[in-house]
Design a protein around this ligand. Structure first.
Ligand code: NAD
Length: 323
């Protein structure tokens, strides 16, 4: 059957030659990190995502202590389509047991991930939340180990992820050009925090593909609000709650406004949103297709931005201090 959303935009990812759907499927919810998700719901959200034109799926061994990778693997297998029709990224170095970016651990990690995902290779392997490791180890040991995995055909491209934006420039300024293909930034390109925008020209000059994750600020920009563990300050949480209530009152949905905000910058290849049901998939894909047809809801966006202006670009600490 032809896709009902054949127009979900594909965007090039840096110099990789990959074309990612502008809405990417964040699989952390499949690890039940935002509340329990049944295997049935996990598989049907992956099926619905693919049916509606999403070709990019992101996970990590850390999410739900390997549960997300297992669920995503089942969902992808159930699609029954050729492997080259979807793009998978997973991560290494962060586990429920703790962080380990050693060459030995990340080399073992990919084999474990491939087994859980039921795949022969992943498209992108990313060092997960590198601000919790030694950045010099990432440069001198972890990335060289990932290059060997590339040569072995277990991964196609190398990425790094983290919250503080300075980790990206630190690493990219120290590795040979073309070594790191992709960066994944989160919670820095959404209505309440758009600081990633300042880094985009630098990333473009390096030929690095950009993925932005958490357009809903890990639940802050939803009607239901964030999970218990959310690290934002009370001030930021209550401002987002006020913005969500304002939208609801107006008959609008804050999550749609937030998705459209993140999707509007075409220098970002894919906006990774965590989804745990077919309904959420449909809503987020519709946000993208409506944006392409009608443009942003400028009036509501301006009102939400005004509510959030006292907390604009407020973030939270993450990682170990680097000397
Ligand atoms: P998010 O901002 O995408 O928010 C996810 C939450 O919003 C979940 O509770 C989800 O069920 C809910 N949601 C999704 N669509 C909705 C809708 N239309 N209406 C209402 N609620 C909706 O945060 P996230 O899941 O943390 O980030 C997305 C993905 O990005 C992750 O799953 C992960 O794959 C990736 N990510 C990576 C890193 C990293 O590498 N360090 C960090 C954060 C996120």
């Amino acid at each position: 059957m032809a896709s009902p959303h054949p127009n979900l935009e594909l965007r090039p990812l840096g110099n990789t030659g990959l074309k990612l759907s502008c809405v990417g499927f964040g699989a952390s919810p499949l690890g039940s990190v935002f509340g329990p998700v049944s295997e049935h719901d996990a598989i049907s959200s992956v099926r619905e995502a693919f049916r509606l034109g999403i070709n990019f799926f992101d996970t990590s061994p850390y999410y739900g202590g390997t549960l997300s990778e297992k669920m995503l693997g089942k969902g992808l297998k159930a699609l029954g389509v050729p492997r080259n029709e979807y793009i998978v990224s997973t991560k290494c170095g962060r586990y429920v047991e703790g962080f380990d970016f050693s060459a030995e651990r990340v080399t073992r990690s990919i084999d474990e991930s491939l087994a859980r995902l039921q795949l022969d290779y992943v498209d992108i392997l990313q060092c997960h939340d590198i601000e919790f490791g030694s950045l010099d180890q990432i440069v001198n040991e972890t990335i060289p180990a990932l290059q060997k995995l590339k040569e072995a055909g277990k991964i196609r491209f190398i990425g790094i992820t983290g919250l503080p934006l300075g980790v990206f420039t630190y690493v990219l300024d120290r590795v040979p050009p073309g070594t790191v293909d992709v960066i994944l930034s989160y919670c820095h390109y959404s209505i309440n925090d758009s600081t990633l925008g300042d880094l985009l020209p630098y990333l473009k000059s390096k030929g690095v593909g950009v993925i932005t994750a958490s357009p809903l600020a890990m639940g802050l920009l939803t009607e239901n609000g964030p999970p218990e563990w959310h690290p934002a300050s009370l001030e930021l949480k209550s401002a987002c709650q006020a913005a969500a209530a304002f939208c609801k009152e107006k008959g609008k949905n804050i999550s749609k406004i937030a998705m459209q905000y993140s999707l509007s910058n075409k220098d970002v290849s894919s906006v990774l949103v965590g989804m745990n049901s077919a309904r959420q998939v449909e809503e987020n894909v519709s946000a993208a297709t409506e944006l392409a047809t009608f443009g942003k809801d400028q009036e509501t966006l301006a009102e939400v931005e005004a509510i959030l202006s006292p907390v604009k670009n407020q973030t939270w600490p993450s990682g170990i201090q680097q000397s």
